[in-house]
Write a protein that binds this ligand. Structure first.
Ligand code: BG6
Length: 489
């Protein structure tokens, strides 16, 4: 029910995620009139700050990070809904105060509605916090309740399972919204429309017409100040287990019976079930791990990963992964999905390239130089579709040249932030673009053997210069099949 009021309780309200993403997203929704609801926000944190300090903090965060500039005259009507509660989240007793604040907010709103709990805190607190929410009655059964959580959701399948069992003691699966912020990106959500609304694409979307698919998510930044997390995670857990596999699922899934939440998520899960799992021995041939050495990014010299603050000087953590994946079903049998992601690469870009098969070698391809047709789905920072076709060069008889057709999704108007889309979905109870438990578990079951193979065998960690497109081994990975990474468009 869209008219129901809600109280959003943000745990970790003085933290980085709240400041950089959540407060700005709420403000973006508010200013674009998407929050028609009566609502209140309760920020929970350890620091003993007062209300006015909290309000000032939210103001600074929104001013610094929001895509929409602050309208000072209207600011009070927004910030007036925010209240801060300082509590030790591990202390069950402390939840009494939270309960009374939430109750007070609901009274002010006129009636009880949904209670949303956003855990922007370390995952080892998910269990205790959800327990206390339940036993204190803050997450009571009389009102609708939802839990929104962020990755990392475990660090392998067994730990994810244990974590899930903990939170399932207090929340039902339908009440749990696991965020993968890639699913909130406009162009990721656009994939199903591009695929299923165009007769030009869907008939060709299979192994008869597609040669391979390449998915790149490259970043120019290094580990930044996140070494304590990243040293444990590495690119495999940080990017592949979630974002990269989500892009594979959206690209490869079968048309769902309806465009509703569970039908879509069922089809995505089927992709993961068909995803070929590598034995530890096969990992050697199908997966490459890399780590950046010093180099130059955007004209600036930068240190290698091992020289970054708080990184072990002999660290084996991968900052780059490339892999060759196979979705072993009828549609995709034999079509490689090449994925790569890394830090300290030359350009920030996320894109999916569909490389169609070559034309028969009859008229134009005598020299073997006829380029392939490409469909490029640009996710970030540019958003849109770019198609590469062949046509006759003007004024010649039959000289073939590549031509491009392009659609830009965010040229006229800026797209909403992923967190705006996802927060609104969670508020409205739509979990289509959130990760279901079986998705999470299958994703871990795919990456776990890769991690184990790296730990157990003497598999090389390949180095690449910061500012390059990754280690040479990533080129060899494709060369095994006579393929090449296509340039980023
Ligand atoms: C996060 C990772 O999930 O995604 C980061 O933890 C990474 O390491 C980020 O930088 C990339 O997201 P985006 O939206 O900038 O592509």
């Amino acid at each position: 029910d869209n008219s129901l009021p809600f109280v959003l309780v943000i745990f970790g309200a003085t933290g980085d995620l709240a400041k950089r993403k959540l407060f700005p997203a709420l403000y973006g929704l508010y200013r674009t009139n998407l929050l028609q609801h009566h609502f209140a926000v309760v920020g929970v944190g350890r620091s003993p700050i007062g209300q006015s300090d909290f309000h000032q903090m939210v103001h600074d965060a929104v001013r610094t990070h929001s895509r929409i500039s602050v309208e000072e005259r209207e600011w009070m009507s927004f910030i007036g809904r925010f209240e801060y509660v300082s509590l030790d989240v591990k202390n069950a007793e402390a939840y009494k105060e939270l309960l009374s604040v939430v109750g007070k907010k609901e009274q002010e709103l006129g009636r009880a509605g949904n209670r949303l709990f956003y855990l922007a805190i370390a995952p080892d607190l998910f269990g205790p916090v959800t327990n206390h929410l339940k036993s204190s009655g803050v997450a009571s059964a009389q009102v609708g309740k939802r839990l929104i959580i962020e990755k990392p959701f475990g660090h392998d399948y067994p730990s994810a399972k244990a974590l899930n069992e903990q939170i399932r003691q207090s929340f039902e699966e339908e009440e749990i919204f696991r965020i993968d912020h890639y699913l909130g990106k406009e162009m990721i959500q656009n994939i199903e429309v591009i695929r299923f609304a165009n007769s030009l694409f869907e008939p060709l979307w299979n192994n008869r017409h597609i040669d391979n698919i390449q998915i790149t998510a490259s970043e120019t930044v290094g580990v930044e100040d996140r070494a304590s997390y990243y040293e444990q995670a590495g690119a495999l857990r940080d990017m592949v287990q979630n974002h990269m596999l989500q892009m594979v699922m959206m690209t490869a899934m079968e048309p769902p019976s309806r465009l509703n939440t569970e039908a879509i998520r069922d089809e995505k899960v089927k992709v993961l079930r068909s995803l070929r799992r590598y034995t530890e021995e096969e990992v050697r041939h199908y997966v490459v791990r890399g780590q950046y050495r010093e180099g130059t990014v955007n004209g600036k010299p930068v240190p290698g990963y091992r020289q970054e603050p708080n990184v072990n000087s002999e660290s084996l953590t991968e900052t780059y992964v490339a892999a060759q994946l196979y979705v072993d079903n009828f549609r995709w049998a034999g079509v490689p999905f090449y994925i790569r992601t890394g830090k300290r690469m030359p350009k920030k870009v996320t894109e999916i390239v569909i490389r169609f098969k070559d034309m028969p070698n009859i008229y134009f391809n005598k020299k073997g130089d006829l380029g392939p047709n490409l469909l490029i789905i640009r996710i970030n920072p540019e958003e849109g579709i770019y198609m590469l076709l062949n046509a006759k060069k003007q004024g010649t008889d039959r000289d073939v040249i590549p031509i491009a057709m392009e659609f830009c999704n965010n040229c006229g108007q800026e797209s909403p932030e992923a967190y705006e889309r996802l927060l609104l979905d969670a508020i409205q109870g739509d979990s289509t673009f959130f990760t279901r438990w079986d998705e999470v578990s299958l994703a871990w079951k795919f990456v776990d053997p890769i991690r184990k193979a790296w730990e157990r065998f003497d598999l090389p960690l390949s180095f690449y210069a910061a500012g390059s497109w990754g280690p040479d081994e990533a080129d060899r990975l494709l060369a095994q099949n006579g393929a090449k990474w296509l340039p980023v468009y």
